[in-house]
Design a binder for this molecule. Structure first.
Ligand SMILES: [Zn+2]
Length: 398
C-alpha cells in the first residue's frame, strides 16, 4: 500500500506532496482508497461532504468503530501526515482478519476530505461540514488562489455541492472514532506509540501597524513613523511571552505597504499564530504581545489594531476511551503508552465534539512535519499499525 501511494502527487523538484482538495492528485488518492476497499470486499461510499468510507459490516447496524485519517497534504507536505493513518487502518483490517477476529460492531475506514485546507484556506472542511461546524454557505463561498470556488471544484470532481452540510444521521451511527497519526514533534522520545490527551487551544490574530509612508533617504529618524519597528518589537515580544507562559507564538506571515526598498512603510500587517496548554495561557500570551506592541507603537507614532481571525478552543479527548486504548496496547505488547497533548489540529479534534474520539501517535524521529523531510521508521509504523489492530479488536470485537 505504501509503495503504491508514495508517487501520487509528489512534486519532482521538491520531493514534497501537493495533494490538494479536489485536484488530480486528490482524485488519484481517492481512486487508491476505493481500490483498497474493493480488494478487501469492503463497501465503499463517498458521503455528501466528500469523505470516503470503507465498511466492514453493515453501517445501518449503528455504534460503528471508525478509524482513518486524511490523504490530502499541505503544499509540499510529507508522506506520513494523513496517509499513515489510512494505510494503517487498512493494514489493521488485514491483521484482524489474520487473527480471525470478528467485529461485533460495524467497522469503517475513513478518508476525510480536505483536512489540510491547503487549497481553500480552511482546515478540516470534510469533518467540519459533517459536524455542522462549517455551514454549507460558508464552504461553498471558499475560493482558491485562482478564484475557483469550492462548490465548483467539487462539481467538477463529480460531487454535488448542494448536498453538503451537517450529517447528523452519519454521526449518530458512529460509536467511536480513532485516528492514528504521525507525531509532529519529538515528544514520544523512547516510545514508539502514544495516545493523545488533548489538542491545545489555538488561534490566529492579525496585527495592523499603521505608520506613515515616507522617503527612506530624506526623512530624519526623529521624523519617522515606521511601523516596521513596532512590528519587529511585536515579533520579539511573541517569542518572549511564549517562553514565559509555556506556549507557542509565531509570526510566520507578513504583508507590507507600499513594500518598497527605498520607502518607509505605511502599513505592516503581521499574522500571529499562537497555541497554548490552556485558554488562560493562550489569552495571556496574545494580550502580552498586544501590550508590548502598543507600548512600542506609542514610542514609534504607530497605531496598532488587533483583529482576532479564528480561535479553536481546547479539545480534551474522551479520557475513558483513551485509557482503554492505552490499556489494550499495553496488554498486547507489555509496553507503556504515554499520553501527550498536541498543538496541531486534526479531524479527530473536530469529531471529538460529536462522538467519543481518541488518537494514536507514531514516533517522529526528527520532529519534522509539513515538510518533504517528514520521516518515520518502518518499525515504528508497524508498531503503530499493530497498536491500532489491538485497539480495534478491543473496541469492535469484544
Ligand atoms: Zn494530518
Amino acid at each position: 500500500m505504501w509503495r503504491e501511494l508514495l508517487p501520487v502527487g509528489r512534486h519532482g523538484a521538491t520531493g514534497g506532496y501537493r495533494r490538494h482538495a479536489w485536484n488530480s492528485a486528490d482524485a488519484e488518492c481517492r481512486a487508491w482508497f476505493e481500490e483498497q476497499a474493493r480488494a478487501r470486499g469492503l463497501a465503499c461510499e463517498t458521503d455528501r461532504n466528500g469523505n470516503q468510507w470503507a465498511w466492514w459490516g453493515d453501517p445501518e447496524a449503528g455504534d460503528a468503530v471508525v478509524t482513518g485519517s486524511h490523504l490530502d497534504s499541505v503544499p509540499d507536505g510529507g508522506a506520513y501526515d494523513g496517509p499513515l493513518g489510512v494505510v494503517s487502518a487498512f493494514a489493521a483490517v488485514d491483521a484482524l482478519r489474520e487473527r480471525g477476529a470478528r467485529p461485533r460492531r460495524p467497522l469503517a475506514v475513513v478518508n476525510f476530505g480536505d483536512e489540510e485546507g491547503a487549497r481553500f484556506g480552511v482546515a478540516c472542511v470534510g469533518s467540519r461540514l459533517t459536524t455542522g461546524m462549517l455551514t454549507p454557505d460558508q464552504a461553498r463561498a471558499l475560493t482558491d488562489a485562482d478564484g475557483v470556488r469550492l462548490g465548483d471544484a467539487m462539481e467538477r470532481a463529480g460531487r454535488d455541492p448542494e448536498a453538503i452540510g451537517h450529517d447528523t444521521e452519519r454521526l449518530a451511527g458512529i460509536g467511536a472514532f480513532v485516528e492514528l497519526h504521525i507525531e509532529q514533534g519529538r515528544a514520544l522520545g523512547e516510545h514508539e506509540v502514544g495516545v493523545a490527551s488533548a489538542i491545545w487551544p489555538h488561534g490566529r490574530w492579525r496585527f495592523d501597524f499603521h505608520g506613515e509612508a515616507n522617503h527612506a533617504g530624506t526623512t530624519r529618524l526623529d521624523d519617522r513613523r515606521d511601523p516596521m519597528l513596532t512590528y519587529a518589537a511585536a515579533v520579539l515580544a511573541a517569542r518572549e511571552q511564549a517562553a514565559a507562559t509555556g506556549s507557542l507564538a509565531t509570526f510566520g506571515r507578513v504583508a507590507v505597504e507600499p513594500n518598497g526598498t527605498n520607502a518607509i512603510a505605511s502599513l505592516v500587517r503581521g499574522w500571529l499564530d499562537s497555541r497554548a496548554p490552556d485558554q488562560a495561557a493562550l489569552d495571556a500570551t496574545v494580550q502580552a504581545v498586544r501590550r508590548a506592541a502598543e507600548e512600542q507603537g506609542d514610542r514609534d507614532g504607530v497605531r496598532v489594531r488587533l483583529t482576532r481571525e479564528s480561535v479553536t478552543p481546547v479539545v480534551d479527548f474522551d479520557a475513558a476511551l483513551r485509557d482503554r486504548l492505552a490499556a489494550a496496547i499495553t496488554a498486547a505488547t507489555g509496553r507503556e503508552v504515554p499520553a501527550l497533548p498536541t498543538g496541531a489540529g486534526h479531524d479527530a479534534g473536530i469529531l471529538a465534539a460529536a462522538v467519543p474520539t481518541a488518537m494514536l501517535f507514531v514516533r517522529n524521529p526528527t520532529g519534522v512535519s509539513h515538510s518533504p523531510h517528514e520521516a518515520a521508521e518502518e518499525s515504528d509504523c508497524l508498531a503503530g499499525a499493530a497498536a491500532l489492530t489491538d485497539v480495534l479488536e478491543e473496541l469492535a470485537c469484544r
